[in-house]
Each structure stands twice: as structure tokens, then as C-alpha cells.
Design a protein around this ligand. Sequence first.
Ligand SMILES: *Cc1c(COP(=O)(O)O)cnc(C)c1O
Length: 354
Amino acid sequence: MDSLSELNRVNTAREILRKKINDTGRTSIYDLTGLCGGFEICEEHLKLIETYVGPAIFSEKITNAGLNHLSGNSEIHNVVCFNRTSSAILSTIMALSKSFKKLVHYVPEKPAHPSIPRSCGIFGMEYFESDSLEEIISKIDENTLTVITGATMDHRIVSDEIAGKIISYAKSKNSPVFFDDASGARLRRLYGKFPALEMGADLVVTSMDKLMEGPRAGLLGGNKNLVDQIYSEGMKFGLEAQAPIMAAVVTALENFDLNTLKNAFERAEKIDLACFEAEKLDYEKTPTGFIIKNPSEEKLIETALKLLENYGIVTITAAGMPGASKNIRIDFCSKDAERISNEEIINAILNSLK
Ligand SMILES: *Cc1c(COP(=O)(O)O)cnc(C)c1O
């Protein structure tokens, strides 16, 4: 899909959403993307949303709550906030491309999130991606920035064993390790896996909007020197989060509760999807929902737009940014998931596919 037809799709989805909200209000919409963009700010912080005053207060709170969220160590780690996970990734690659000529990226399943290869393209970094541990190990040397995706866009997660092997090999070659844990920081915790920084990663980024009720900001944590270098580079181009986003990130981090995710996890485990088999659908359960991977990309987009138009169900396939996965993913950790039954979701999908 080229970017322009992707933008057309986003605009079509927005138009449908606008019409639905105007006609019947927000309750006619079921956002099941798992990215809901919570934006809670307490009274006290609302008064501080100013260019210089806000960040003075919020940055310290983000560092403290962020270190806790990412299991960092205040002696050696720092945590800062960017406008998006993609902005944190762009800043990281911009800063580290000065010292490292290539980026080697392990993904539990291809393809990678496009923000990583695209950022490499801008700064002339050689890019290699693979889902094979052996291939990754064979490419890492002292000129490499090593990236590990903790959980893919379709919520496939990396094993601790593979992550551990890559980290220790990269360390032996003096190659810094950057963990793209956009959703993985929380998903991997659900599975009892180790936090990236505890495993020895130098840097980790996570989204405040994925499997948690925060704005679409990116939280970057890791080695103090590296984080400071990346943050100052990002600031030159306006990639750092501003006071309103920071205030909402503070609330999201302080209110985060793994139990909400556990409920979604249980619902996903229990849902009966046998009816998809009869329709010869290629489906798969994810930790907090399920995905449908066929028929073609075009058909999936068409189906997703029908799900939106006829049932008010929002998916990333319909409304997501250009380059996002086209598989239809339903996520039960979305706030709206409580208002819609499994049966209603399954029937809506089957009818929209017809
Ligand atoms: C979502 C995601 C990103 C980018 O997040 P944005 O909010 O779109 O900037 C990057 N990497 C992975 C693995 C993701 O899932």
C-alpha cells in the first residue's frame, strides 16, 4: 500500500467515525484497537500546563514513575518522554547513527514496525532485520546498533532466552541494545518475562497508549548518557513531548494497573473462535484478544471499514497510521470492550467479511 492510499483509508475511517459520533454519539463506537488514548490530568497539574513550568514538574514525575514502570535503576538509568514511540525511535537512530553505521533488528515475526527501517533510511544507516537468532548474531559487531522488538504489532513476543542471548552477544561486541517494547513492556510482564532494562538492554522505548490508558506518547528509558544524548538530539527537531502530553503521561504511569490487563488476558483465553474455522479464516489468539490474517490485504481493509460503518467497531486496520499491520486485531484491554459481547464481535466480523 502506498502512503497516499493509506492516507485515503485513514480519511475514510475518520469520516465514518465523525458521522457516527454526530448522529448517535460516542456510545455508538467500540474502539477495540487497544490504543485508546486516555488523557486524564488532575486539577493541580492542569494549572501547570505551561511551556516551562509544566515540564519542570512533570519531567521529574515521569522519570520516577517511568523508572518504576520500566524496572529501571535510578543510579544508572533515566526516563524521558517523546511525542510518539516513533519519535523516540527516530531520535534514537538520529543520535546513534553518528557512532554506528548499521542497525541489526531482531523481530519475533516479520515485518518490523516501519518507523525503524524508515528512520535508518533518513540517516543512511544500513538496515538488517530477521526473525532468526543465528542470522542476527552473525551480523552484530562493534559498528552495530542492536534492536530487539519485544512484541510485534500483532503481539507476538520475544522469548527471554533469545533476548538474553542477543543482549549478551551484543555486549561482548560493544554494540548497544535498544528494545522496542511499544506494547511489549506490558505484554511481556503479563507472561512473567523480564523487563528489558533488567535483562541488560541499554535503552527501551514503550508506548503510553498501548495496553494502557495514556496519550500516544513514547517513553524512553535507559543508560543516562545515551538517554540524555537522544533527548537533546530529539529536542532540536521538536520530537520531545510538551507539557500537556507530559501531564497525561504522569497520570497514565501512576494509574497503571496490570490487573486490567489480566482480565483482558482471561477473556482472550476463554473466547471460543471455532466458528472462524468453518469460514476457513486464518485466525490466531493473541495475549489480549485475537487477530484475523486472511484473506488479502485489500479484503481485510474492506472488512475493517465495514466493521466500522455497520457496527461502530474501530480497528487499526481501518483507522491506523500508514504502514500499520493490516491484520484485523481485536483487543480486549480496550475500555470499550466491556460494552460489547464476544458474540456481537464475532458476528460483526463474520457479516462484514461477506
Ligand atoms: C506501535 C509501535 C510503534 C510505534 O508507535 P507509534 O505510537 O505509532 O509511534 C513502534 N514499534 C512497535 C513494535 C509498535 O508496536
